[in-house]
Each structure stands twice: as structure tokens, then as C-alpha cells.
Design a protein around this ligand. Structure first.
Ligand code: B12
Ligand code: SF4
Length: 548
């Protein structure tokens, strides 16, 4: 029996420092989604880390509440007035809000515990918080709470990789699901790859740790019981990190869907290895479809082979198929759409590689493309390499789509990198380019994977907004093409027809966000002023030293 540590704890998920990020979808959500319970726009996803922590803390407190400041505008003072302890956490892209809230919490005299991917020993949050937990909380949270009871708690606890049986079980009742567009479930953690820019293997390990079947089943059962029929983001680091185990996971997901009588439409993050010709990948593709995955996010990064080798992402180059063919092959075989992550700014990138980059993206069937400038994050191999060479300039904002590069690029200057980046965005989100990719996507996806879900929503009001507000003329212009594809692909099946069109309108809605983001980038980049070191490439700088 766990002893109560205090009467009340409040868990707070801070606002993102800016909504000008790729994944915030803020502009689309403002325009199209009905408001959340406090009148603010809905957000894409709930704070899953805190929802697990909430469940775990239940025996320690008489009363607990979870507040997501992204949808709840009430003043902090009111939210934590009767709390003894405040838990806050998030990612680097929330650091400024966290700092502000943390100071307020301390002024109000509450005990403050901070966790999440934002925490590093160098964080400016360290002097403010009473206690911090770096990385996974499961292995150290009980120790911290016991130490608080005994009055000997340390300032800083470093989490370690726990066996998956100990992964927190989220309580979906800890949030109001109506405030979100999608729900999240985590099934595995860890990735065995070694991409130089990525902090995942360092934070969550290289071993693929899979949540036991019963826990995953419990999450989907609870979602269904609470009436959630919408999309579920399986927020794994690399869903197919261990292909053999991933097949088991997919079979389990299928079984869970059968048991609860509903297959939630799902999406996840994974690598292009899914397009490999091996028997195991074939099996994976089959079960990916059976388990109702309607989308996957693939780290393609760049079509520049030398850059892929440089960043240790050579797995993208395996096999005979080109990168473009791999993406369409995945959609053909699984019926799922593809979203891609792209990066510009590797040492092997040049200004000349910009056009091939754009051509590559525009030849794919991926409507949604997260393109960012390369940034060095704490702990990564990239950060170590650049720091050693003396090339780092500033810490990353944690927003990898803000058009800022935090080191001196090799072949071009920071200023040039930002101009090139803007050019890439303008070209890949040009209406013609985007909607050509949309049409390829509509021709390849399997509408039957989404019909149940699409049939449940009544989206007439959203549709009217899409076809009458921002960019509406573009959406009308491409509608006839979408109608032809829907007709050809669905025959007399009205539900399939409706699903393909719903997918078209959903992508129009998403486009609104990206079109607006480009305008934001144009303004921000035009405003920037550059110091001398940001106006020269590393190569030119080295040469100038040699000459001197
Ligand atoms: C789901 C997800 C999202 C969701 C966020 C949903 C939400 N409500 O915030 C979406 C898709 C919206 C998203 C967006 C972005 N994301 Co994101 N996202 C993820 C992903 C894939 C999984 C996170 C997750 O749910 N994990 C599962 C839960 C259980 O784990 P967790 O949250 O880490 O919590 C654990 C611990 O950290 C800890 N913990 C967490 N909070 C707290 C609090 C306390 C008090 C304590 C004690 C412990 C604790 O306990 C938990 C159990 O161990 C991660 C990758 C990853 N593996 O972390 C990237 C990741 C967090 N995202 C990242 C980035 C960069 C972004 C974007 C900035 C990208 C962009 N340019 O648009 C945006 C910003 C968001 C926005 N709104 O603008 C980076 C952050 C890098 C960093 N070091 O901070 C990550 C790590 C991916 C990466 N390596 O690039 N993201
Ligand atoms: S980028 Fe993706 S594949 Fe590469 S290490 Fe990170 S999680 Fe793994």
C-alpha cells in the first residue's frame, strides 16, 4: 500500500512556444475544427506522457487533475490554488512557456517537478524546479516520491530504460477527448538505427521494447468504451524497428480490433525499410493493412545519396527501388498514405542540390511533407561532431521547421541555407505541386480502410468552411480531378466515393496550415539580420584561414 504523499497534485502541459510549427496544424484547426471546451481551437493530440503519469500518481494523492494549457486558458493561479505539488513537462518546443509557468508556480509556493524531453542538465529550468526527471520517468518516479516523503529528495533524477511491462498505462479519462482531433497510444520505444541528427536512440534506447499485449488492449478498449472512434497516432519512435516483433504487434492490433468490434484508423512513424523485398517486410505490409494503418510517416530526409551516407541513414538506399518508387510501392501494397520528413542542410548538400530535392518531393505520392533545416539537438552525434569542429552557433529552439539552422553549414552560409529552405517550401507547397501529389495519393490509398470512420463523422459544416474560406478557389480548382478519381475508384460504392472525397477535403484543410506557414517563414526570414559568421560557409571560412 502506497502512502499518500500529499492531498492534491496538478499536472500541467504547457503551451507550445509558437504555433508556427509543422505539426501544430494550428491554422487548419482554427478554421475547420469546432472549438474545444474552453472555446479555443482543438489541438491535434493530447499529452500522452502526462496521461500515463496521471495514472501512476493516483495512489500517491487524494486528488489529481491534468491541465493542457494549449486548450485551457484559465490562469495558472486558479488552476493550482489548492495543489500541493505541480508536475509539468513537455518538449524543447515548450521551453519558454515552461520557464514562465515554472516561475509562477514557485512564486505561489508549490513544490514543482519537471520532466519530459525538454530536460537536460544544462536546461534553464534546473535552477527553478525543485526536482527534475530526465528521460523515461517510470524507473525513477517512485524513488523521487519516496525520497520526498523521507525528506531526502535530490534535485535531478536521470531516468533509465525500463522493461516495457513498466511503461505507464495512460488514463484516457484524464483528459476531455473532445478537445483533440486524434488520440495517441504508444506501443513500442526505441530505435536501433543511428541517424546522426536524431536523439531518439539516446533518449529511448536502441532496443525495441514492446508494451505487453494486455496493456495495449486496455488502451484501445478504454478508447472504445469512451466512445472514441477517430484516428489514433501510434507514437512509436520507429514502429518497425524490430520487424519480427512488429509483425506480432500488428497481429495483436488486429486481434484487439476484432475483440472490441472496431478497428481504429491508425498512423505511425517508421522507416522506408517497409518497402524492402524481404519476406518479413512483405508480411509486415500485409498486417499493416489488416491492422488498419491509414498513414505512415517516413524519415526519407533527402534524395542526396552522399547526404544519406553522411547522416548514417543508408537503410533508405537498400534494395533496387528508388526512393520515389519505395513510397508509392508502400501505398500500393498497404493502402496507407505516406507522409515524409525531409531535411536540407547536410554537409553534402549544396545550393545546386536544391532543385533535385524539390523535384524529388514533387515526384512522390506524399501530400504532407515535413521539410526542415538540419539542426543539431543536444546529445546527438551531429552535435558532438559540430561542437568539436567549432561550428555550432546557438541552441536549437526545438522547432525543426522554424527555418533556423543552428550551425555553420559546410557548402553555403546560414543566410543562404535559409533562403534555400524558403525556396524549397514555396516549391513543394505550390498548389500545383501539392495537389499533383494529392491526386497520386488518392489513386493509391485503400478507401475501405477508412470507410467506418468516415461514415461516423458529420462534417458538413467543416466542408462548407473549406470550400468558402481561405484558399477556397484552389480547392474548387482541383475538386473535379478528385471527383473523377473517386468515381473511377469506387464504382457504385457510395461509401468509398464519400471516403475518397473526405480524404481530399481533409488534405485541403491541412494545406491551409502549410500555405500559412510559408507566409510566416517568408516574413520571418525577410526580417532576419545576419552576423558575419552567418554570411559565410564553413568551407569558405576554412579557406580564408588557410590564405591568412
Ligand atoms: C507524439 C509526438 C508529437 C505530437 C505531440 C502531441 C502533444 N500533445 O504534445 C505531435 C505530432 C503534435 C508533435 C509535434 C511536434 N513535435 Co513531437 N513527438 C511526438 C513523439 C513521436 C512521441 C511523444 C510521445 O507521446 N511519447 C510517448 C510518451 C509516453 O512519452 P513522453 O511524452 O516522452 O513522456 C515520457 C517521459 O518523457 C516522461 N515525461 C513526460 N512529461 C513528463 C512530465 C513530468 C513531470 C515527468 C516527471 C515526466 C514526464 O514520462 C513519460 C514516460 O516515461 C516524440 C518522439 C519521442 N519518442 O519522444 C516526438 C518529439 C517529442 N517531437 C519533437 C518535435 C521536434 C516536435 C515538433 C516541434 C515538430 C514540428 N516542427 O512541428 C512539433 C511541436 C508540437 C506543436 N504542437 O507545435 C521532438 C522533440 C525534441 C526535443 N528534444 O524536445 C521529438 C522527441 C521527436 C524528435 N526526436 O525529433 N509531436
Ligand atoms: S531518425 Fe528515425 S530511424 Fe533514425 S535513429 Fe531516429 S527514430 Fe531511428
Amino acid at each position: 500500500m502506497i502512502k499518500h504523499i500529499a492531498i492534491k497534485a496538478v499536472l500541467i502541459y504547457p503551451e507550445f512556444d509558437t504555433q508556427d510549427t509543422f505539426w501544430s496544424y494550428s491554422i487548419s484547426l482554427e478554421m475547420y475544427a469546432p472549438s474545444s471546451e474552453f472555446g479555443l481551437p482543438k489541438r491535434l493530440l493530447p499529452p500522452l506522457g502526462l496521461m500515463g503519469l496521471f495514472n501512476h500518481l493516483k495512489p500517491y494523492y487524494q486528488s489529481l487533475s491534468l491541465v493542457d494549457k494549449n486548450i485551457d486558458p484559465r490562469p495558472l493561479k486558479q488552476l493550482i490554488s489548492d495543489a500541493d505539488h505541480v508536475f509539468m513537462g513537455g518538449m524543447l518546443a515548450q521551453e519558454q512557456s515552461l520557464l514562465k509557468l515554472a516561475n509562477e508556480v514557485k512564486q505561489l509556493g508549490k513544490l514543482l517537478i519537471i520532466g519530459g524531453t525538454v530536460v537536460t542538465p544544462q536546461s534553464p529550468l534546473v535552477p527553478i524546479a525543485d526536482h527534475l526527471i530526465e528521460n523515461e520517468a517510470e524507473g525513477v518516479i517512485d524513488e523521487l516520491l519516496q525520497d520526498i516523503i523521507l525528506g531526502k529528495a535530490k534535485k535531478y533524477y536521470k531516468g533509465h530504460f525500463v522493461p516495457p511491462e513498466r511503461f505507464f498505462q495512460p488514463d484516457y479519462q484524464s483528459v476531455n477527448m473532445q478537445n483533440y482531433m486524434h488520440m495517441a497510444v504508444q506501443i513500442s520505444r526505441g530505435c536501433p538505427e543511428s541517424c546522426e541528427f536524431c536523439d531518439i536512440p539516446l533518449r529511448f534506447g536502441k532496443a525495441y521494447r514492446v508494451t505487453p499485449y494486455e496493456q495495449t488492449a486496455k488502451s484501445f478498449q478504454q478508447l472504445k468504451q469512451l466512445g472514441w472512434l477517430g484516428q489514433v497516432f501510434v507514437v512509436d519512435d520507429n514502429f518497425i524497428a524490430n520487424p519480427r516483433k512488429a509483425v506480432e504487434v500488428l497481429k495483436n492490433l488486429y486481434q484487439i480490433g476484432e475483440q472490441i468490434g472496431y478497428h481504429h484508423p491508425k498512423y505511425t512513424e517508421l522507416t522506408l525499410r517497409l518497402a524492402d523485398d524481404s519476406a518479413i517486410m512483405q508480411e509486415l505490409r500485409y498486417w499493416f493493412h489488416k491492422a488498419h494503418f491509414i498513414n505512415g510517416f517516413y524519415g526519407v530526409e533527402t534524395p542526396n545519396k552522399a547526404s544519406l551516407m553522411e547522416t548514417k541513414k543508408s537503410q533508405n538506399l537498400r534494395g533496387e527501388r528508388s526512393l520515389v518508387d519505395k513510397l508509392s510501392y508502400i501505398s500500393e501494397q498497404t493502402g496507407a498514405g505516406v507522409m515524409i520528413g525531409m531535411i536540407y542542410g547536410f554537409d553534402h548538400d549544396t545550393t545546386e542540390s536544391v532543385e533535385p530535392f524539390i523535384e524529388f518531393v514533387n515526384a512522390t505520392n506524399a501530400p504532407i511533407v515535413m521539410a526542415g533545416l538540419l539542426n543539431a539537438l543536444p546529445y546527438t552525434g551531429l552535435m558532438q561532431r559540430l561542437e568539436k569542429a567549432g561550428r555550432t552557433i546557438q541552441v536549437s529552439s526545438g522547432n525543426n521547421s522554424d527555418g533556423v539552422i543552428n550551425f555553420i553549414p559546410y557548402h553555403f552560409s546560414v543566410k543562404q541555407a535559409e533562403q534555400n529552405y524558403l525556396h524549397i517550401l514555396e516549391k513543394i507547397y505550390h498548389p500545383k505541386a501539392f495537389f499533383t501529389r494529392v491526386m497520386r495519393h488518392l489513386k493509391l490509398i485503400d478507401p475501405d480502410l477508412q470507410t467506418n470512420y468516415r461514415a461516423t463523422g458529420n462534417n458538413l459544416a467543416q466542408l462548407v468552411k473549406i470550400l468558402s474560406k481561405k484558399n477556397a478557389y484552389i480547392y474548387w480548382r482541383y475538386l473535379p480531378m478528385a471527383l473523377v478519381i473517386a468515381k473511377n475508384r469506387s464504382g457504385p460504392n457510395r461509401l468509398r466515393y464519400k471516403t475518397i472525397l473526405a480524404e481530399y477535403f481533409s488534405l485541403c484543410g491541412q494545406y491551409t496550415h502549410f500555405a500559412a506557414q510559408i507566409k510566416v517563414q517568408q516574413k520571418q526570414i525577410a526580417k532576419r539580420s545576419y552576423q558575419n559568421q552567418q554570411k559565410t560557409s564553413w568551407l569558405a571560412f576554412q579557406k580564408s584561414i588557410e590564405v591568412d
